[in-house]
Design a protein around this ligand. Structure first.
Ligand code: PEP
Ligand code: MG
Length: 313
């Protein structure tokens, strides 16, 4: 029994009936690797590379980037490592890449991939460092772009990754326009990862930095769940994996709902992994689907939570 408990707290993610749901870690750099490994992460679902670029007057150089990326790739031999390219602007401003002029609404401004389209050399040098970091390791490097809005964005990023020689390129789904058009975007990229933090902010038009709006900053909002469902269904129909890497994945009940909506991997801060692993291990895929259906039928956040719970063990 002790072995079974240990396996449950560190083994691969799966439902009680054996449906695999890889459980991955969100990290900000190599300093987060010990916690990810201790909590049994099967890989990295979101490497927020902007921490390497914060608080400095110039971009990090090639060798510095290669070292920071290689340390993470080497920690997961054979595993999947999803590196998000620089997500600057809005809540993550960078000194050396200022927004053009004052932006009255930075969250709706030049951030994420929009900023990289203005500064393509910065993205090119990051992708080149990633391609080099992968050489000699056997981790499966995946790159993904933040704040993708439409097919043109997705195709631009996929082309940049291909030019750098990186095989797996995906996009975050965190803008409602992208979620609504997921069936078209799925043809341009290899995978999706839903960023529920920003998807909630933009769906409910509630700034994630502003206090007092917590009712609208809740990924249980049925409108957000509806967009997650549409995205996961479109990905499934195109044969593409669709993860979630926002905070929603770290809520054990919501994690089961996300799996029931068709999400294929979950990525979260490492300390949440054991609870989510345990919640999946006691729930069948059919129960996840029933809970997901119940949450979609709900009219309010409170109803979504309580009706999902009533379908889970
Ligand atoms: C998100 O938006 O859900 C996400 C994972 O990215 P970040 O929180 O870094 O914006
Ligand atoms: Mg985001």
């Amino acid at each position: 029994a002790r072995d079974a408990a240990a396996a449950e707290s560190t083994g691969p993610g799966r439902t009680s009936d054996g449906h695999a749901v890889p459980l991955l870690a969100n990290i900000g750099g190599p300093q987060d690797l010990p916690a990810a490994l201790d909590n049994g992460a099967e890989g990295v679902g979101l490497y927020r590379t902007e921490f390497l670029f914060l608080d400095r007057a110039d971009a990090p150089g090639h060798e510095e980037q290669v070292a920071a990326y290689r340390a993470v790739l080497e920690a997961f031999p054979g595993g999947k490592v999803v590196v998000r390219t620089l997500d600057s602007g809005a809540d993550k401003p960078l000194a050396f890449l200022p927004a053009p002029g004052a932006e009255p609404n930075p969250a709706l401004g030049e951030r994420g991939l929009r900023m990289m389209r203005r500064h393509p050399r910065t993205l090119e040098s990051q992708l080149a460092a990633l391609a080099e970091a992968q050489r000699g390791t056997d981790a499966q490097l995946h790159v993904m772009a933040p704040m993708v809005t439409d097919v043109e964005d997705a195709e631009w990023f996929a082309a940049a990754a291909a030019t750098a020689g990186i095989e797996h390129a995906g996009i975050m789904i965190e803008v409602p326009a992208a979620a609504l058009r997921a069936r078209h975007l799925a043809r341009s990229v290899d995978f999706f990862s839903i960023g529920t933090n920003d998807l909630t902010q933009y769906t409910c038009a509630a700034d994630r930095e502003v206090g007092g709006l917590s009712r609208f900053q809740d990924p249980w909002q049925p409108a957000v769940l509806e967009l997650v469902a549409a995205t996961a269904t479109a990905a499934q129909q195109a044969g593409r994996p669709c993860g979630v890497c926002g905070e929603a994945a770290a809520d054990p009940v919501l994690a089961c709902v996300l799996v029931g909506l068709g999400v294929t991997t979950l990525s979260m801060g490492a300390t949440a992994l054991p609870m989510v692993r345990a919640a999946l291990a006691r729930t069948s895929l059919a129960q996840c689907r029933e809970a997901a259906q119940a949450a979609l039928e709900a009219r309010t956040v409170a109803e979504a939570v309580s009706s999902a719970r009533s379908h889970l063990p």
